[in-house]
Design a protein around this ligand. Structure first.
Ligand code: UT7
Length: 312
């Protein structure tokens, strides 16, 4: 079967920084509480006219440039989001038009909350592996600031806005995606939902995440004949530093082998994994031939992981 991997990455983060101190002026909270309970110091919040689609377009453009291809080379667009600008059309159709991707190119959105990007990668991978499309653009983009009750301190301190994108394409035989794990448990749907504003049972989501990240990570490694010790870098969904540290301890991973970007960006939902991936690549922390696992969890409840041998 054709080997499939990530051949380009791109991100977009709004310029406006909102610190914990800023939040402590509008709700009863403190920098000390937010930092010690979540690890978050600040987050980016998009201006009113910066819609989810705008952020997705910017990240998508950068991923296509980074892949060294042109928008006309894209065979399909998938946007993972739970904050689309309209009920319809999908964000992906807006992205198609604004990026100059050929009219006629299939485009659709995926709703799997913070796990949406992983669902998108696994979906895209099937089409490229089958030889149906050469390049697929996957964007994770969310503007949680538009669905947060800014007076609810249980949720308003956690999230930020942003977008991250990758291009999936063919890679050499011994590189690319080696295995994946996807799952959902609708019995946990009550723990994290938006109707239309976000409400959450933080403790339940926390327990689920601490359990699921190591489980999915170990499973994808096992599926391709690898062990915990073979893992070179872990990119987990960025929700809470205590969740990340819990997973790190259970996996016996060194601190330098796990991505942490939530201190600067908060939880950017579907965007958090591609944003962290792009950041770690830029820092030189992910090298050719490294075993990398991307792992996410979120509302649904949903979870997913992808194991890759890095490189093109
Ligand atoms: O993408 C997935 C999205 N969500 C998650 O991953 C969330 C997972 N859960 C979490 O990250 C944590 O559960 C939270 C950060 C949301 C909460 O942390 P916690 O340690 O579970 O705190 P808690 O909810 O048990 O609250 C502890 C105390 C409470 O006060 P009392 O009842 O002990 O007097 C809260 O009212 O902290 C209080 N509290 C706050 N205090 C200051 C809750 N939020 C705040 C706040 N500032 N922002």
């Amino acid at each position: 079967m054709q080997s499939v991997g990530i051949v380009g990455v791109g991100t977009y983060l709004p310029e406006r920084i909102v610190t914990n101190y800023d939040l402590s002026e509008i709700i009863e909270t403190s920098d000390v509480w937010i930092r010690s309970r979540t690890g978050i110091r600040e987050r980016r919040i998009a201006e009113k006219d910066m819609l989810t689609a705008n952020m997705a377009v910017e990240a998508g453009k950068r991923a296509i440039d980074n892949a060294g291809i042109s928008p006309q080379d894209i065979g399909m667009i998938i946007v993972a989001t739970v904050t689309p600008d309209y009920a319809f059309p999908s964000v992906s159709c807006l992205v198609q038009e604004r990026l100059g991707v050929l009219s006629g190119t299939p485009a659709f959105d995926i709703s799997a909350a913070c796990t949406g990007f992983i669902y998108g990668i696994v979906t895209a991978m099937q089409y490229v592996q089958a030889g149906l499309y050469k390049y697929i653009l996957i964007v994770g983009a969310d503007k949680f600031s538009s669905i947060i009750d800014w007076n609810d301190r249980n949720t308003s301190v956690l999230f930020g806005d942003g977008a991250g994108a990758v291009v999936i394409g063919r890679v050499q035989k011994n590189r690319g995606i080696l295995s994946f794990d996807l799952g959902a448990d609708g019995t946990g749907s009550k723990h994290l939902l938006a109707n239309p504003m976000v409400s959450m049972n933080g403790r339940e989501v926390f327990k689920f995440a601490v359990r699921q990240i190591p489980l999915s990570t170990e499973l994808v490694l096992k599926k391709c004949g690898l062990k915990k010790g073979d893992l070179d870098f872990l990119i987990p969904h960025q929700a809470n530093i205590r969740i990340i540290e819990g997973a790190r301890d259970r996996l016996g991973l060194h601190k330098d082998k796990i991505s942490v970007t939530l201190d600067r960006f908060g939880n950017t939902s579907a965007a958090s994994i591609p944003i962290s991936l792009a950041f770690e690549i830029e820092q030189g922390n992910i090298k050719d031939n490294d075993i990398v696992v991307l792992v996410g969890f979120g509302a649904g409840l949903t979870w997913g992981a992808v194991c890759l041998r890095w490189g093109t």
